[in-house]
Design a protein around this ligand. Structure first.
Ligand SMILES: Cc1ncc(COP(=O)(O)O)c(C=O)c1O
Length: 406
């Protein structure tokens, strides 16, 4: 069989990488790859500040810290998301409180957010799951009412838009992205944050860069004269910090990927729309796609549907197997809801949280019946095909699979 050759990282990725290595990681008088990547990403999003980081979990942690999340605080997160959203809250020593999701859009339900707000709520983390933006108008209305900051987790949503043409990650206080290998653009591992708030930008950068005193909102490099810096009396750190810096190697790749971001997003949108068109045409009741509100631009990290086969005696696993037999790439399951991942569920049972922080068993973590029911039924089809021919192959595999069962 002919070996599939990689197509996502050709071009400037290799050129920029080579430059970093040839220059012994020194940018010389030129800006570093990280600086260039940050500038480009900020410009595309029309934001004042962008801060590169080593993962989309680190970015969430940095963002929450900048908002001031710490011990004794609660952060509202959707139940239907990756555990990393909960981990970032735990890393701050705070408690995730789970909001339910909407049955049709699979996204955090603003009405449930408001129900879960308490005096301890310090932030709301919304997640634009599968590439579709949440209802930011309703969410910001609640946030403004209670004076709480909103963090947008856009790990799965690059250049998504809502009905007001606002870009994902630019509506709340801070936007956060992951550059892990399955994402629209990638540097293998990595992440980036954007904001228009200089205070948040400075704190996020400082936490991610070991708390160096001279870090500014704009710049990750400590630019001071050597005579001053190389002095035994020079004090370097005025804040505790983490080393979440993105390496120059990853930044080189991330910069080249950002230059082509529109192409990558367009490809996913093409694949997502092909699935959508086919499912509408097929009139199948086995798969119900994620609902997209009018004038929203879905960026289709994956094409997500509710699978209704179980009530008709078709198991989730057998459908997936048949799809693969028919030439399909595979189908991803939804992650367990965060509140049902053992690490979080055990805490709830035992009444313990975050090391030295004790939480009673009756703590109001938030019930999320819709998310728990949906999670078992969600099927995600891949949208990272290289070209129209590969997309067609997926649609044909789905056609054959539906014909087999219907
Ligand atoms: C919605 C969401 N948030 C956060 C993350 C964490 O990103 P990373 O894997 O880069 O730490 C991911 C990535 O898998 C994600 O999909």
């Amino acid at each position: 069989m002919k070996k599939k050759i990689g197509w996502r990282f050709k071009g400037n990725e290799i050129r920029y990488l080579t430059k970093v290595l040839k220059n012994d990681f020194s940018a010389g008088s030129d800006a570093s790859m990280t600086e260039k990547f940050e500038k480009k990403f900020a410009k595309i999003h029309n934001q004042k500040f962008a801060i590169a980081s080593n993962s989309g979990t680190s970015t969430l942690h940095q963002a929450l810290l900048s908002i001031g999340v710490g011990h004794g605080h609660e952060v509202i997160i959707p139940a239907l998301t990756v555990a990393m959203c909960g981990f970032a809250v735990w890393q701050c020593g705070a408690v995730p409180v789970y909001a339910d999701v909407d049955e049709y859009s699979f996204l955090i339900d603003p009405k449930d957010i408001e129900k879960k707000i308490t005096k301890k709520t310090k932030a709301i983390m919304v997640v634009h799951t599968y590439g579709l933006m949440c209802d930011m108008d309703a969410i910001l209305k609640i946030a403004d009412k209670y004076k709480i900051n909103v963090l947008e987790d856009c790990a799965q949503c690059f250049l998504g838009k809502d009905h007001k043409n606002r870009i994902s990650g630019t509506v709340g206080s801070i936007g956060s992205w992951s550059l892990e290998s399955s994402k629209h653009i990638s540097s293998g591992e990595g992440g980036i944050l954007t904001t228009n708030n200089a205070h948040f930008a400075k704190i996020m950068r400082k936490y991610g860069t070991l708390g160096f005193k001279n870090i500014t909102a704009q710049n990750g490099k400590v630019r001071i004269s050597r005579d001053k810096f190389q002095d035994p009396n020079w004090e370097r750190h005025d804040q505790f910090g983490y080393n979440y810096r993105l390496s120059e190697i990853c930044s080189a790749v991330a910069l080249a990927q950002t230059e082509k971001i529109n192409i990558f997003v367009k490809k996913r949108v093409e694949a997502g729309n092909a699935f959508l068109r086919f499912i509408k045409k097929s009139k199948t009741s086995l798969l119900i796609p994620q609902e997209i509100k009018k004038n929203y631009k879905h960026t289709f990290y994956t094409f997500a549907c509710v699978f209704n086969g179980e009530s008709r005696g078709i198991s989730w696993q057998s459908f997936r197997k048949k799809f693969i037999e028919n030439g399909g790439d595979g189908i991803y399951a939804a992650w367990k809801t965060v509140n049902n991942e053992p690490c979080f569920a055990d805490v709830r049972k035992n009444g313990l949280f975050s090391g030295n922080m004790k939480i009673s068993k009756s703590y109001g973590w938030g019930e999320t019946p819709v998310a728990i029911n949906l999670q078992k039924k969600i099927m995600q089809f891949t949208t990272n095909q290289r070209n129209k021919k590969e997309i067609k192959k997926q649609i044909l595999a789905l056609k054959k699979t539906l014909e087999f069962y219907e």
